[in-house]
Design a protein around this ligand. Structure first.
Ligand code: 0X9
Ligand code: ZN
Length: 301
């Protein structure tokens, strides 16, 4: 069976990533950003035309912050494979750009959603003498932490943790982005579901991003590219306006704290986090067109 016709487990994803890097040693590096609460690797791929030092602009894309969002890592791995197999065709897009991909930000929650609870969202942080587990990694980033749409109840689906960056997964991502903040021009956090492209701010309906017009127009271009494949329609706006207010997300942190000019959360298709295996390839292909459009803008800002 092909890789993009089923939902691979953690170890299969890591094997796929290391095989890609082994097949393209000049253009792809496989590394670990750190480890999850349960000790799994936060595996990453760096893709570029050539190894030209540390001056390239970075397009950062992560997925599976929430365990149950199974389609998300596949779209990121599809992007990696497609770019590496067609480097020449994407020469313009990749010029002076490094693509940095973290397909499984929450490998513990991802694995748990296969073994025990299909709808597991949080990480698997365990608390002494408690029967509830896990922190919502997308409520744990240090931007207006625990302000709205987050909870201090350990059992809540949106438990924000003991403090900003309390979780190893959050801290590893924040550390990478902080260290590279001047190079990172695009941050995409890939989630499911809903067919939305969200830009900051997500924490409050009253917080307006100073560059909201630019963010909206870049997202509109990406949505247009996605729709070309089979007409999939994305709604564009802030998550606070379209869905709910929720603070501590990667998008707000990347934009508000680090000054990353293009920061978005993508909500892929798939009602109730379910995508038919035969549909995976189509979601990957349409999303690929959107990713490329976002990445196109990296050299402009
Ligand atoms: O609630 C979330 O973390 C995201 N939706 S999901 O259904 N995948 O859980 C949306 C996050 C949008 N960004 C912010 N609210 N900052
Ligand atoms: Zn999510």
């Amino acid at each position: 069976r092909g890789f993009f016709s089923h939902f691979p487990r953690y170890s299969e994803i890591l094997n796929y990533m290391s095989a890609l890097a082994a097949r393209h040693p000049q253009n792809c590096r496989y590394e670990s950003l750190g480890r999850s609460y349960e000790g799994r690797h936060l595996a990453a791929l760096s893709i570029s035309l050539n190894s030209r030092g540390r001056d390239r602009r970075v397009a950062y894309i992560q997925a599976a912050t929430h365990g149950r969002e199974w389609i998300t890592p596949l779209t990121v791995l599809y992007l990696a494979n497609e770019l590496l197999n067609n480097l020449r065709a994407f020469q313009r897009v990749l010029q002076d750009v490094e693509i940095y991909l973290v397909p499984l930000v929450n490998p513990d929650g991802y694995e748990y959603s296969f073994t025990s609870d299909r709808f597991w969202r949080k990480n698997r942080h365990r608390y002494a003498s408690r029967s509830c587990f896990g922190v919502d990694i997308n409520r744990n980033f240090p931007n207006n932490w625990n302000y709205h749409g987050a909870s201090q109840n350990l059992c809540s689906e949106v438990y924000s943790g003991t403090g900003p960056n309390s979780e190893p997964e959050t801290a590893a991502v924040a550390r990478y982005l902080e260290y590279n903040r001047h190079r990172v021009k695009l941050s995409l956090d890939v989630h499911s579901f809903g067919k939305y492209l969200f830009y900051p701010y997500g924490y409050s309906r009253n917080a307006v991003a100073p560059t909201r017009n630019l963010l909206h127009s870049v997202a509109q271009r990406a949505a247009n590219q996605i729709a070309k494949y089979r007409g999939t329609h994305y709604t564009i706006g802030t998550s606070a306006g379209l869905l709910y207010e929720a603070s501590g997300g990667l998008d707000d942190y990347a934009y508000g704290n680090l000054g990353i000019p293009m920061s978005f959360t993508v909500e892929l298709p798939g009602e109730n986090f379910q995508v038919a295996p035969s549909d995976i390839i189509h979601v990957c292909k349409e999303t690929f067109a959107g990713f490329i459009e976002f990445i196109r803008h990296v050299s402009l800002y």
